[in-house]
Design a protein around this ligand. Structure first.
Ligand SMILES: Cc1cc2nc3c(=O)[nH]c(=O)nc-3n(C[C@H](O)[C@H](O)[C@H](O)COP(=O)(O)O)c2cc1C
Length: 307
């Protein structure tokens, strides 16, 4: 018992928790606030790049808006990001606003655990810098965790061209509701990035939480595509319109036509129109949230089921 009390003081919380979420009512809401105005952007903001940490939204919140995350049930403030509009960026296909993250804070842990946990996490990241694929400055990594207060679905992205096929996990994805577009932020070094820009279509498999192990294994495909579809460790089937192989046991399949791409720092930001959306089953879907958000919920006996 005493170990449960002592543990947070000697070990950092995990940066991310992989959890199962039934995507019905939002657990956490997001609002953009500026000059006394507030607009709900729960389904209208996305991470466009990690380095520099950039948020995109269809909502123009002026030069210096604040992005606020609140618990969907209690309305309590969980965290906030101070944004600065980057007017040098524009998407062309839609009037999107891009914001650099200038600062951030969360309220999921009480003082002094909050700064202490951040210190422990930052020390861990510095120690494992070589294997840390995020490769972000510690302050930006902390701000990214705040952006994950809204649990983000993890999908498997399938791409198929004559000479190239791939399937890999992504979570820097999501709708920009007011523009009618869907976004994906893919590290520009990903082996399939040039193919995506060329074939301009992908299929997303939204997977059950129970598939976490398999999904993580497929992260190697960010660097090395599989030899053929048949060698994959999970049953596949063709998507409805494009005929791209997707996960047979997926809860939801989306087919996207990529209408725009631009490089923003470390990532290529793709914008897409949804061609088809097949909702097959309502069940716990694999999501990522911040470890401190899961700790907040655990203290209230509302922990999300770990995947
Ligand atoms: C669950 C999961 C989700 C990921 N989502 C994204 C993403 O949205 N965009 C991206 O560029 N890379 C994404 N990645 C890839 C990683 O950032 C990383 O590039 C990949 O795992 C290769 O790691 P390495 O550079 O250590 O070999 C994801 C990886 C995992 C395991």
């Amino acid at each position: 018992m005493w170990k449960d009390w002592v543990r947070p003081f000697v070990r950092p919380l995990p940066q991310w928790s992989a959890v199962g979420v039934v995507p019905a009512a939002p657990l956490v809401t997001a609002a953009l606030r500026w000059d006394g105005q507030a607009v709900d952007v729960t389904a209208d903001h996305t991470v466009a790049s990690l380095h520099p940490l950039t948020i995109a939204s269809s909502v123009d919140g002026g030069a210096r808006p604040v992005l606020e995350y609140r618990d969907g049930a209690s309305g309590r403030l969980l965290g906030r990001l101070q944004l600065v509009r980057d007017s040098s960026l524009a998407a062309g296909v839609a009037p999107l606003a891009f914001y650099r993250v200038e600062a951030g804070e969360h309220r999921c842990l009480a003082w002094p655990l909050r700064p202490w946990n951040a210190w422990l996490q930052n020390r861990g990241m510095a120690k494992h810098a070589a294997s840390n694929h995020l490769n972000m400055p510690p302050a930006a990594a902390q701000q990214l965790m705040i952006a994950y207060l809204c649990p983000r679905p993890v999908v498997l992205v399938s791409v198929a061209a004559e000479e190239h096929r791939n399937i890999f996990p992504m979570d820097l994805i999501g709708p920009l509701e007011r523009s009618g577009l869907y976004s994906l932020a893919l590290r520009s070094t990903n082996v399939s990035e040039p193919v995506l820009r060329d074939v301009r279509k992908v299929a997303l498999s939204h997977v059950p939480a129970a598939m976490k192990g398999m999904v993580y294994k497929l992260a190697v495909h960010h660097r090395q595509p599989p030899q053929d579809w048949n060698g994959l460790p999970l049953p596949m089937r063709p998507s409805r319109e494009f005929g791209i192989p997707v996960v047979a046991g997926a809860l939801r399949i989306q087919e996207l036509a990529l209408v725009h791409s631009q490089i923003i720092g470390s990532h290529t930001f793709f914008l897409a129109r949804t061609i088809s959306s097949e909702d097959r089953e309502e069940a716990a879907q694999l999501h990522h949230t911040a470890g401190f958000h899961q700790a907040y919920r655990r203290r209230r006996h509302q922990a999300l089921p770990e995947a």
